[in-house]
Design a protein around this ligand. Structure first.
Ligand SMILES: [Fe+2]
Length: 362
């Protein structure tokens, strides 16, 4: 087990990214748990999380990039099942019903002690340098690019107006450890990235001297949607300034097969391939892991077989979801694939482990 690991879980049509901190604690960016889709994230968490108090396993931090269904489905059950210490939430959409599972998300925010909720905001300084509450673990640095530092909860926004702003004010964070880094993007869109680029392009990290926007691994926004760099359909003008500034070696796109929105978009994937050395999709490779050991290169490990076998959905749960013809929560995410078909594809995947060694960022 590496000192620091980022597990881009293959959970089907949503995002669910687990980070193992060097002290053995874990944080999770987004939740998506739908029977029959990808792996059962609870099985993975049950397996790796340390014991908490009162018989529950402990999750050091749950961070939600935005409250859309493919990023919060199962959050209530997760919250009840594990002892969650910190909750990081995007503040702009509180109490606005921006998704069908929003009530579940809001309940979690309401139940969590206010003193243990953080609402990260963009800043030129790393969050944990400004506020010790963000110091989840020695050596791990968190930087927030979005939502912007000036944003306040706007109670006067209508639900429709709030919905319009969800991707623009999505949580975007850079996580760094021992010279290696990744950027978590949620579903951040062009408007978000134009603002982020305007603020942070050219900024250098005072400690490392590297560009703050540059990173080794980019979690491709919005399941590979072109909304990251275009404001319309495929023929719209492409804006690649942010992608060039981020200049990732590796792009990981979390998406399921047969996505109803057509994600990932081929033009976006082409732009990623042009900029990065490697571009991976969870729909093709299964769960993807970034490993970092102190003092050495980071590695990308493609070993979907291990995750697919060890954390497979119980047959009854998959069957229950499949009996309705389509996956219940998948419908919310715009999917029309039967659980049985997905289970078969998982079985057909070859079990293989590929390790790609990387140079750490200078
Ligand atoms: Fe999404």
């Amino acid at each position: 087990m590496a000192d620091f690991e980022v597990v881009f879980s293959d959970v089907g049509q949503g995002d669910c990214t687990l980070v193992r901190l060097p002290d053995g604690e874990y944080m999770l960016f987004d939740v998506y748990r739908c029977p029959g889709e990808g792996i059962d994230i609870f099985k993975l968490l049950d397996d790796v999380l340390p014991d908490g108090e009162e018989g529950k396993k402990r999750l050091k931090c749950l961070a939600i990039t935005h409250a859309h269904d493919d990023h919060i489905t199962g959050v209530g059950e997760l919250y009840d099942r594990y002892e969650v210490e910190w909750l990081w939430v995007p503040q702009h959409e509180e109490r606005k019903q921006v998704a069908s599972n929003f009530a579940e998300y809001q309940r979690v925010v309401d139940e969590h002690p206010e003193g243990k909720i953080k609402r990260p905001q963009g800043s030129r300084t790393a969050l944990n340098e400004k506020d010790p509450d963000y110091d989840l673990c020695d050596g791990v640095s968190f930087r927030c690019f979005s939502p912007p530092g000036y944003i306040e909860i706007d109670e006067s926004l209508s639900e429709e107006e709030a919905k319009e702003l969800v991707h623009e004010n999505c949580l975007v964070m850079k996580v760094s450890y021992e010279g290696s880094s990744l950027i978590i993007t949620g579903d951040s869109n062009l408007a978000c990235w134009k603002r982020v680029f305007g603020y942070y392009d050219g900024d250098q990290d005072t400690e490392t001297g590297t560009e703050v926007l540059a990173t080794d691994l980019l979690h491709g926004s919005h399941h590979g949607s072109r909304t990251f760099y275009k404001d319309g359909d495929e023929s719209s003008e492409a804006w690649t300034d942010a992608l060039e500034a981020i200049d990732p070696d590796v792009v990981v796109v979390s998406v399921g097969e047969d996505n109803a929105h057509g994600h990932p978009h081929e033009d976006m994937m082409g732009a990623y391939r042009e900029q990065a050395d490697d571009v991976f999709e969870t729909s093709q490779t299964g769960t993807i892991v970034m490993e970092v050991d102190a003092g050495s290169n980071y590695r990308i490990v493609l070993d979907s077989g291990r995750f697919a076998e060890d954390y497979a959905w119980d047959e009854e749960k998959s069957a229950e979801a499949g009996s309705s013809g389509v996956l219940a929560a998948g419908v919310a995410a715009g999917v029309g694939v039967t659980a049985a078909a997905l289970a078969k594809r998982r079985r057909d995947r070859k079990r293989s482990a590929t390790r790609l060694d990387r140079q750490p960022a200078a």
